[in-house]
Design a protein around this ligand. Structure first.
Ligand SMILES: NC(=O)c1ccc[n+]([C@@H]2O[C@H](COP(=O)([O-])OP(=O)(O)OC[C@H]3O[C@@H](n4cnc5c(N)ncnc54)[C@H](O)[C@@H]3O)[C@@H](O)[C@H]2O)c1
Ligand SMILES: CC(=O)N[C@@H]1[C@@H](OP(=O)(O)OP(=O)(O)OC[C@H]2O[C@@H](n3ccc(=O)[nH]c3=O)[C@H](O)[C@@H]2O)O[C@H](CO)[C@@H](O)[C@@H]1O
Length: 454
């Protein structure tokens, strides 16, 4: 298929000059739809809209869509995003809808970034992806290209994405493009990451899909793209990155369990070891949360019949850290003559990491459960979460922390607000377990234990 500049409205199998296609994309002639406007999808849609001026975002949550169409970002603490969303909406560069089918029928580039996860039994949950693919398929046209950015098991684009799109649209697989272009972004720095903190990985189901992915992502990523052989390789890259992190956090956590046996500050030893260029030991903590790192290992171990002992063991180690943390508190309470069953404990931080409003798989959930199982009375405080009763703890507003009637504190998530706590205002000597080495209580008489330091 061929076209000239003013007619370029699609890219897949467009035989026009590449530069003319790039100009058309940058001028908004090639409409973009982004499906999933969450912590990752909204920043991504905003960057696409900032570059092309013609993006529709689709989300099933009407509250998200309504807020965005009023120019109000729905993602907290993402530097630059609030102002960017306001400007993009007022300039007509970005709009949001709940009707994904309508978004799909108007677009020629489809970017899918909805949640993919793992069920409690370890099976994979690709339900949102399947739903969106049916919506996209319903509006798919010849010459369209679909980019999957949400993390999926290797092989998903070939075995699930393309077949659903072809079946629902009635098009031949050769009539549209599919590429896997994983979201490699961290909350709290999303716009910077998406715009080019590091290159974008792209891999298509065929060469033409890869070509379109390279053209598109080179316009938004200043670090360019790393093209891999195919979509399955690109899917593996994303999962491998996450598994690398999970395994290396598990190593740090296992090393931390040597703290008391060796009588050293393991964190200090890790920092010193990492001055060697081949050492990248991660940081010990009370556990691994979020809906990325805890899940990515299952994207290999569940669908594929491979032993994967290291990957599975690392998962077990990280899942065991909340129990390890509660055990440290129990030991400390005993050391000062208290029984955990007769103690009140304040958990500081329930989100999975500081500054991110997400509690999925947060270590705090296991710690609260462990404390309750041992009979403790559990309070919790988190500046980003108001209702902590849902997790089995009594909510302590951040401004009331000093008045909390507690015997012990566990810091699980090092929100910056906790740096304002005045530890000499508590009316008694506390036992404090610092899960993140975030507190400096040396000049207090509190009894302190730091995971990984002692
Ligand atoms: N959060 C991260 O740090 C991160 C990093 C890299 C990659 N990812 C990948 O991106 C995916 C999305 O992550 P997120 O943090 O943006 O999730 P999120 O939970 O913050 O947002 C998901 C959004 O998708 C919407 N949604 C759900 N089902 C939908 C559907 N069928 N159609 C349209 N919208 C739908 C939800 O309403 C929500 O607004 C993750 O599952 C992961 O695979 C996440
Ligand atoms: C694109 C993408 O997928 N991006 C992901 C996103 O991941 P994320 O938002 O889930 O955050 P993470 O930083 O991975 O933390 C997860 C949990 O692990 C704990 N943790 C972490 C490090 C450590 O040394 N010790 C720990 O105990 C931490 O407290 C938290 O509970 O950004 C990371 C880059 O920041 C990426 O690598 C990661 O792929």
């Amino acid at each position: 298929m061929s076209s000239d500049a003013e007619q370029v409205t699609w890219l897949y199998e467009n035989e026009g000059p590449t530069e003319r296609q790039r100009e058309a994309f940058l001028s908004g002639q090639v409409p973009v739809a982004v499906y999933g406007l969450g912590k990752m999808g909204l920043p991504l849609a905003a960057v696409f809209a900032d570059v092309t001026g013609n993006v529709v975002g689709a989300d099933i949550d009407p509250a998200v869509v309504d807020s965005l169409n009023r120019g109000q970002s729905t993602v907290d603490r993402e530097p630059g995003l609030d102002a960017l969303v306001t400007d993009l909406v007022s300039d007509g560069d970005f709009r949001a809808v709940t009707d994904a089918k309508r978004a799909a029928s108007d677009a020629a580039i489809h970017v899918v970034i909805v949640p993919t996860g793992v069920n409690d039994d370890g099976t994979l949950d690709l339900g949102a992806l399947r739903t969106v693919l049916c919506d996209v398929g319903d509006g798919l046209s010849p010459g369209d290209t679909v980019f999957v950015e949400c993390t999926v098991p290797p092989g998903t684009c070939a075995k699930l994405v393309e077949p659903i799109l072809a079946s629902v649209s009635g098009l031949d697989p050769g009539d549209f493009g599919v590429a896997f272009c994983p979201e490699r972004t961290a909350s709290g720095r999303a716009l910077r990451d998406i715009r080019g903190a590091y290159p974008k990985i792209v891999g298509g189901l065929n060469d033409e899909s890869t070509r379109v992915a390279e053209l598109v992502y080179e316009t938004i990523n200043e670090s360019g793209v790393v093209t891999v052989s195919d979509a399955t390789t690109a899917e593996a890259v994303k999962v491998f990155e996450g598994i690398y992190r999970d395994v290396n956090i598990a190593l740090a956590n296992e090393l931390a369990t040597y703290t008391d046996t060796l009588g050293i500050d393991v964190r200090e030893a890790i920092d010193a070891a990492n001055t060697q260029p081949y050492s990248h030991i991660h940081t010990p903590g009370p556990g691994v949360g979020g809906h990325c790192i805890p899940f990515y290992p299952y994207f290999l171990t569940t669908p594929f019949d491979v032993d994967a002992q290291l990957i599975r063991t690392a998962r077990r180690i990280n899942d065991g850290m909340p129990v390890y943390t509660v055990q440290r508190l129990q030991d400390c309470l005993e050391a000062v003559g208290r029984d955990i069953a007769d103690s009140s404990v304040l958990v500081l931080g329930v989100t999975y990491r500081a500054g991110v409003k997400e509690t999925t798989e947060s270590p705090a959930l296991g710690i609260i459960e462990g404390l309750r199982t041992l009979g403790a009375t559990v309070f919790a405080s988190d500046p980003m979460v108001d209702d902590l009763e849902q997790f089995g703890a009594t909510t302590v507003p951040i401004e009331s922390i000093h008045e909390a009637d507690v015997d012990a504190v566990i810091l699980v998530t090092d929100h910056e607000e906790f740096g304002e706590i005045e530890w000499d205002r508590f009316d008694r000597r506390l036992v404090v377990v610092d899960g993140r080495d975030a507190l400096d209580l040396g000049d207090t008489d509190h009894y302190v234990y730091t995971i990984g330091s002692g």
